[in-house]
Design a protein around this ligand. Structure first.
Ligand SMILES: Nc1ncnc2c1ncn2[C@@H]1O[C@H](COP(=O)(O)OP(=O)(O)OP(=O)(O)O)[C@@H](O)[C@H]1O
Length: 255
């Protein structure tokens, strides 16, 4: 039996007097490519923050590799929404990627060593931006910046890569390339992707869940019309999103 990398167990979160997550439970296995979809404000970023240990739930717990210890979070690589970055900050791509090692350095003073630098070079290569390493991050295109941010999440050698709305600013060909890269990474880590856009679910996902305060799971890679209706609170036309790489199932009455 494979041991889960993340277990979210009956998590409740209240923020500003409202319940944002209600009894959310899910399990991520090491070979999962898990897509979590849901409307704006549905609680996706909040769930990621709880998993990352940035927000304590008022009830329930999160286990990383079977443990609730805070130190286990170093097994998580996080790619926040692009809008949360200040791309005007004067820093090269290499320095930015290297900064992903900081949380993994326990020696004091915290200085990068040869292993940190080697990891950064490897991550730059994995994300195919080694040739951009000496450029200022502000001088990259949106798609290149995104690859740099993912490289930064990879330098810690995570067991799980968590991505929050990663394709918001990229065009369709870049998006396809991006999902190809994620697919290659799956050999090394589980992937959790959250998005409000039901049109971006890539073909390689292993499981899909819908989140709108509650989590609606199906333990398969198919989204049923019932899951979407429960999540979006209105009928959603699956046919309207019928682009070949998508994984929506036909509506099935017995689901
Ligand atoms: N610190 C906070 N105080 C009060 N309410 C908050 C706080 N943080 C988030 N919320 C609320 O919690 C709800 C869920 O927010 P969250 O950012 O998790 O949604 P989301 O699904 O990631 O949305 P989006 O797709 O728009 O990024 C929203 O209604 C938001 O306004």
């Amino acid at each position: 039996m494979k041991n889960p990398v993340i277990e979210v167990d009956d998590v409740w979160v209240r923020l500003g007097g409202q319940t944002v997550l209600e009894g959310v439970s899910l399990t991520i296995d090491p070979d999962d490519f898990y897509a979590i979809i849901g409307p704006n404000g549905g609680g996706k970023t909040t769930l990621l923050r709880v998993i990352l240990g940035l927000l304590p739930p008022c009830r329930g717990e999160v286990r990383i590799l079977g443990s609730t210890e805070a130190a286990m979070r170093k097994n998580l690589g996080y790619v926040p929404q692009l809008r949360t970055f200040d791309f005007e900050y004067p820093i090269t791509v290499r320095e930015m990627v290297l900064s992903g090692r900081l949380g993994h350095i326990s020696r004091r003073p915290r200085r990068y060593d040869a292993v940190d630098r080697a990891r950064a070079e490897e991550a730059l290569k994995t994300m195919q931006i080694a040739h951009l390493a000496d450029r200022q991050i502000r001088d990259l295109s949106g798609g290149e910046q995104q690859r740099a941010i993912i490289a930064r999440a990879l330098v810690g050698d995570p067991k799980v890569l968590l991505l929050d709305e990663p394709t918001v600013y990229v065009d369709a060909p870049t998006e396809a390339q991006f999902y190809g890269t994620l697919d290659r990474l799956r050999a090394r880590m589980a992937i959790v992707l959250v998005t409000h856009d039901i049109g971006v679910i890539p073909e390689h996902v292993t499981r899909v869940a819908c989140l709108n305060r509650r989590l609606y799971t199906h333990d398969t890679k198919e989204i049923t019309a019932d899951m979407l209706e429960a999540t979006y609170r209105c009928p959603v036309d699956l046919i309207a999103h019928g682009v070949p790489h998508r994984v929506f199932s036909e509506h099935s009455e017995e689901e």
